[in-house]
Ligand binder design. Structure first.
Ligand code: ADP
Ligand code: MG
Length: 698
């Protein structure tokens, strides 16, 4: 029976102060001015802000808002907000609702408790937030949310949005230069577009509540493999269970009201794992909306007595969660620059962007790798369920043929005409054949790239800042060279051929999970393999990397130092919490449970012994438990001393290294013992829900 439905077109964006609302409510002249500001063609002035603020407030109050907040994305990776009410006393004991232009434009949250990596001296705790007019304000929970950038008194960025906006400017500027060379005189800007496919797990709230590890760390620190895992491959795209389906419907409603274009939903590979993908939009909006999506996923789950896990690896032994970051460049009038196009000239332009991206990925593979480096994502990359930690590009067979033919100056296979740049057209690439390779970290999928290494919990700003900036750099080099050429086509061809030759080592169309690839990539091709977060992060400060970010004015060197420090500290803190939780669960939950069961076995043993019955079985079980329990106990002691050692190291890099090499390593070996115990100890003795209960309970 069909359910009663609602009008999606009416619901969509109903809580958003979007362009339609602005147009309907703002005086015409103000609306026009504001559009200019939103498109980056004018500065926001106070008189305009006054009108916008008051209109925004009236709209928000009509929709039940009592407060407003400057919403920002500090380096914690999640969003932050401080709420102020609109009330303003008028002197006779009553209040009116007020919101000024100043309050819209600029906020001054106490910033002392946000990570700044030494950027703000403690006496200067002030941070500022500034309205980002390119992202719409919206209402959530009776509060008007104003998307803002967050920066320090002396102007350094303290957030993820500011550098993202700067990187978008950088790539726009350089891409426009290339477009002009191809005779495009109409595009006013180039927009980095992003669609982030979000994976997540759902677990039952009551089951979740019994696991300290899930509560404190977002992942299970213990758990033997369930009897059934994902081996039957019966979950991927499978029928969605009713409880999950109800959740997804509710989630869509919340997202649509907020103007988040949730489009696709399906079951993922692992049991209890699902995905939600939005329609792509500008990178800045995609980043804001992905934050909202993650927040809503968690909130709506609770309303359905479930918990949404966004951790990259909630369960060992089953697939973890990623967030494919689909990325392309588009003109302001909607031409996708990564669409190969139909005419020879469009094809040539496409190849120019493509080759610039190939060069960017090869030269800055380390930046791409470190942009997705977190303690959580370390469990995925290189674990044969997600792409390897080695960054390479997948082009697909057809496109690869074209690239090869271009270099060799030969036919693109017999079936295609000889390919001459700017003269002949590219063969058509069927979109679906380019999407087969799921093992590549960076795959061309017909008209966009899909960066697959991004972790599910990550703020997508980081990887997109890197992509935009490194592509801006290569486009700038190309533009510099091509602008001075007398014969454009000849110069272009030479440039593309030379660049492909120099950087083809980063192209790999084979199986990224194959051990032979790791060997070939590192030993023959010389591609970097940065296995862990601790290996990757310090490369942020490599000379070439500092150069590219400072040159394009995305980060200052000081900001880069501070960010490296924050991210390394974040790694250490994460492992520290996991280690403490591991030790506590092992000591206070697992050992007592093991002893209770052991006592039960020994009781039976004794009574059998007294009765003169053979007790070999009990003896062997008790002995096994006893030796494992002893081993667990000594692992706990080992872990405790590793934690103490790591906590005592003041150098942030050395501390992170110790957390990785010693604390994390000991956690792993402790877990192995505990998981073995789980398989022996009687079910009703085990102190917390098992993987079976967690994965098959929703
Ligand atoms: P695929 O089948 O290759 O995964 P989809 O059409 O399902 O492709 O798209 C996956 C994600 O990529 C969606 O979020 C979609 O909006 C996004 N996407 C599509 N085109 C672009 C583009 N030009 N730029 C950025 N993201 C895009
Ligand atoms: Mg995809």
């Amino acid at each position: 029976m069909a359910e009663k439905t609602y009008d999606v077109t009416e619901l969509f964006g109903s809580d958003v102060f979007n362009e339609a609302v602005m147009k309907a409510r703002l005086p015409k002249a103000i609306f026009k001015e504001l559009m200019k500001v939103m498109h980056g063609n004018a500065e926001l002035t106070l008189p305009i802000a006054e009108v916008v603020a008051s209109t925004m407030k009236d709209w928000a109050v009509e929709k039940g808002a009592t407060h407003y907040t400057h919403w920002f994305q500090p380096m914690t990776g999640i969003t932050a907000e401080k709420h102020d009410s609109f009330i303003s006393p008028v002197g006779d004991g009553t209040v009116i609702m007020e919101f000024s232009g100043k309050e819209l434009i600029k906020g001054e949250p106490d910033a002392s408790s946000f990570p700044s990596g030494g950027l703000r001296a403690t006496f200067e705790a002030r941070g500022y937030t500034a309205w980002d007019p390119t992202s719409y304000a919206f209402i959530k929970d009776n509060t008007l949310y104003i998307p803002t950038a967050f920066f320090s008194y002396s102007g350094e960025a303290l957030d993820k949005k500011t550098p993202l906006l700067k990187s978008m400017d950088a790539v726009s500027k350089q891409a426009l230069r290339i477009l002009r060379l191809f005779g495009n005189t109409t595009a006013k800007s180039v927009v980095a577009t992003v669609g982030a496919e979000q994976e997540y797990f759902l677990v039952d709230k009551k089951t979740y509540d019994k696991r300290k590890d899930l509560i404190f760390t977002g992942r299970t620190l213990f758990g033997a493999a369930p009897v059934k895992g994902q081996e039957l491959e019966d979950h991927y795209f499978g029928v969605i269970k009713q409880r999950v389906s109800d959740y997804m419907k509710d989630l869509d409603k919340h997202l649509w009201a907020l103007g988040v274009s949730s489009k696709t939903k399906h079951n993922e590979v692992a049991p209890a794992q699902h995905e939600c993908a939005p329609i792509f939009e500008s990178a800045n909006l995609a980043a804001d909306h992905n934050q909202l999506m993650m927040e809503m996923m968690k909130k709506v789950a609770l309303e359905h007595n479930m918990v949404c896990l966004l951790h990259e690896k909630p369960f060992a032994g089953v697939n973890g969660s990623g967030k494919h970051d689909n990325w392309a460049l588009s003109t302001d009038d909607g031409q996708n620059l990564l669409n190969p196009g139909d005419s020879p000239m469009e094809n040539a332009q496409f190849l120019t962007f493509l080759v610039a991206i190939i060069k960017a990925v090869d030269e800055y593979a380390d930046l791409l790798r470190l942009s997705v480096a977190t303690a959580g994502n370390d469990h995925r990359l290189g674990a044969n369920e997600a792409p390897p930690a080695i960054i390479s590009i997948f082009l697909g067979e057809e496109l690869n043929d074209v690239i090869n033919a271009l270099v060799a100056g030969t036919n693109v296979e017999a079936k295609h005409a000889q390919f001459d740049i700017g003269v002949t057209s590219l063969p058509k690439f069927p979109k679906d054949t380019t999407d087969r390779n799921r093992t590549s970290p960076f795959a061309f999928t017909g008209n966009k790239f899909e960066f697959r290494s991004v972790g599910s919990s990550l703020n997508i700003s980081g990887p997109n800042i890197v992509l935009n900036t490194i592509v801006a750099e290569e486009l700038e080099q190309f533009a510099d060279e091509l602008e001075k050429a007398d014969d454009f086509k000849k110069a272009l061809k030479e440039l593309l051929v030379k660049t492909i030759k120099e950087h083809s080592r980063v192209i790999f169309n084979g199986n990224g999970y194959d051990a032979a690839w790791v060997k070939e990539a590192t030993e023959v091709r010389g591609l970097p393999e940065l296995k862990s977060t601790v290996d990757a992060l310090p490369h942020f400060l490599d000379e070439k990397n500092v150069k590219v970010f400072t040159k394009h004015k995305v980060f200052t060197e000081v900001e880069m130092h501070s960010r490296t420090e924050i991210l390394l500290e974040n790694y250490s803190k994460t492992i520290n919490i996991e280690a403490l939780t591991t030790a506590e669960m092992a000591t206070k939950e697992i050992l007592p449970a093991v002893m209770a069961y052991e006592k039960q076995v020994c009781d039976v043993l004794l009574s059998k012994k007294n009765a003169g019955v053979a007790y070999n079985l009990e003896q062997s079980i008790a002995n096994k438990i006893d030796s494992l329990a002893e081993s667990l106990n000594s692992k706990i002691a080992e872990l405790d001393s590793a934690i103490v050692k790591a906590q005592g190291i003041s150098d942030v890099y050395e501390a992170a290294k110790c957390y990785h090499d010693e604390v994390f390593a000991t956690m792993q070996s402790l877990r192995a013992v505990a998981d073995e115990l789980e398989t022996i100890v009687g079910e009703k003795y085990w102190p917390f829900p098992t993987y079976e209960e967690l994965l098959f309970n929703v």
